[in-house]
Design a protein around this ligand. Structure first.
Ligand code: FE
Ligand code: FE
Ligand code: ZN
Length: 276
């Protein structure tokens, strides 16, 4: 069956998050490792994490996805911006060793005028300084919409980052449907071709997760404004093909649509229905 969930708030703790997922019919969920605008994370309570893991096993909830604060910029222009990204990611990755099977998703960054090639070097450098051979978490690069100077707007840019990382076996990609659409990949009209291109450039074996969001804007708009499933430019039919595609349907799906819990519950049921 389709493993689908949504982004959840972690402010009431880990067990609470897993209970919330179960209450809306989710088989997985995503959460921020700390305040999404960055800053210090409070200590994680190991007993709460354990309780979450037990509960998840009982309720068949798996593949939790930790999302780094989106204000991190591993390829910022100023040294202190990059240093902050490094320290935050290193701290997140250490904490995540408490959660077996978790993956860690982050936005590669914005090169702010330095050029994407320089951006790619700086991102790989941060990864090489915060990953270690014995770590258990898979780190995911998120596909980006190409807003401003975002790096990761094309499959080629993601591939270039992966090529520069010393532990590539611990790296994967999270495909955000709104972002790739806004980035110019027509997943509504030409899903097969887009997946072939992804396979040729990055390799489908690197695709580990899908952020499933409709887009408020047409393909190639480079805007990154999420819309509810079926209410944007990508459209419901395309999502039916995405969740039932043989190369995608066994991946975990995470909604980041503009919804409250009841809206997520309805979208989860809708997409499970479309997946058959
Ligand atoms: Fe994201
Ligand atoms: Fe996303
Ligand atoms: Zn987005």
């Amino acid at each position: 069956m389709l493993r689908i969930g949504c982004h959840l708030s972690s402010t009431k703790g880990f067990l609470h998050m897993a209970r919330t997922a179960a209450s809306i019919g989710a088989g997985t969920f995503q959460f921020f490792t700390r305040n999404p605008r960055g800053g210090a994370a409070k200590d994680w309570d190991p007993a709460d994490v354990e309780a979450m893991l037990d509960y998840m096993e009982k309720e068949n909830i798996a593949s939790p996805l930790a999302h780094a604060p989106y204000t991190l910029n591993a390829c910022g222009k100023e040294e202190r911006v990059r240093e902050f990204a490094l320290l935050t990611m290193a701290d997140d990755l250490k904490r995540l060793e408490m959660i077996p099977g978790v993956m860690y998703n982050f936005h590669p960054g914005s090169h702010v005028g330095q050029g994407s090639e320089r951006g790619i070097e700086l991102i790989a450098d941060v990864l090489n300084r915060c990953m270690w051979p014995e770590m258990h978490t898979t780190v995911l690069l998120e596909t980006m919409a190409g807003k401003g100077s975002e790096v990761g707007r094309s499959f080629e840019e993601l591939r270039s980052i992966i090529d520069r990382v010393a532990l590539p076996e611990k790296l994967g990609v999270c495909l955000d449907t709104c972002h790739v659409w806004d980035g110019g990949y027509d997943i509504a009209g030409h899903l097969e071709e887009v997946l072939e291109e992804f396979d040729r450039v990055v390799g489908l074996d690197r695709l580990k997760a899908i952020h499933i969001n409709d887009s408020l804007n047409p393909c190639g708009a480079h805007k990154d404004r999420h819309e509810k499933i079926g209410q944007g430019y990508i459209g419901l039919e395309a999502f039916g093909r995405i969740v039932s595609h043989p190369r995608l349907r066994s991946l975990p799906f995470y909604l980041e649509t503009p919804n409250e819990l009841d809206g997520y519950q309805a979208e989860i049921a809708l997409l499970k229905g479309l997946a058959g």
